[in-house]
Design a protein around this ligand. Structure first.
Ligand code: HEC
Length: 206
């Protein structure tokens, strides 16, 4: 009789745990740490709390071709705090780094504003760069999101994202040359990539 009671108790505890797990499952924060979490089909689950992560930069109207962009946009870059702290100590990214690029409209008409731009409330683009060494060839992968609260789709290796980041980024395929709190660290720790150092030397010589 007692054994049956214990069995029932164990079973109901297990069911409650499962319910809790299901309830908290749809975001990457379920485990507490800010690590990438994937769906069964390889999608990346939403990084719901990225707005509470470490802020790296805002680019405005950046473009990587001679043609200026049709529309001025802000892009905001965030990284999970664990990876940021590790970068401060080492000058490079640890495994399970998650970098977020959030694109917003640059607005100029509004309230008392007369000059300059401020950011619109609508997220116009959302991309994530993940370091997961045992999962991706080259250690990193990009994910594209229709919206920050939906799952992100894996961008296949070989897409232009990978080649531009590999060919021009300052540290470990990330654009640390544009992240003002991190560039000095990478300089001190001597973790700047050879491609970046070469490009930078050529740019300074002009
Ligand atoms: C022609 C070069 C180029 C291409 C192609 C490119 N990027 Fe980037 N990417 C950049 C630059 C430059 C930055 C820095 C932006 C800033 O400073 O605001 C950046 C930053 C990022 C970041 C922030 C984290 C990091 O790695 O530094 C993400 C995420 C990102 N890009 C995703 C993508 C995705 C996804 C694609 C493909 C759909 C892509 N990029 C294609 C140049 C490129």
């Amino acid at each position: 009789m007692r054994m049956i009671k214990i069995a029932v108790l164990v079973a109901s505890l297990a069911a409650a745990t499962l319910l809790l797990a299901q309830h908290f499952a749809p975001s990457a924060q379920a485990a507490g740490a800010n690590v990438p979490v994937y769906a069964a089909n390889g999608d990346l689950l939403p990084v719901g709390n990225y707005r509470e992560w470490i802020y790296l930069t805002s680019g405005i109207g950046m473009s990587y071709t001679a043609k200026p962009p049709d529309m001025t946009m802000f892009d905001n870059v965030f990284v999970n705090p664990e990876a940021y702290r590790s970068f401060l100590a080492t000058g490079t990214w640890p495994d399970k780094t998650v970098l977020v690029l959030e694109v917003r409209e640059a607005k100029s008409k509004g309230s008392i504003n007369q000059h300059g731009h401020f950011q619109g409330t609508q997220v116009m683009g959302f991309e994530v760069h993940v370091k997961d060494v045992s999962r991706f060839p080259g250690g990193w992968a990009f994910f594209d999101f229709d919206s920050p609260d939906k799952n992100g789709t894996l961008i296949p290796q070989g897409a232009p994202c990978y080649s531009c980041h590999a060919a021009h980024a300052a540290v470990d395929t990330t654009f640390v040359q544009f992240y003002p709190t991190l560039l000095p660290i990478a300089e001190v720790k001597k973790t700047l990539s050879a491609v970046y150092l070469k490009e930078e030397a050529a740019a300074q010589a002009k």
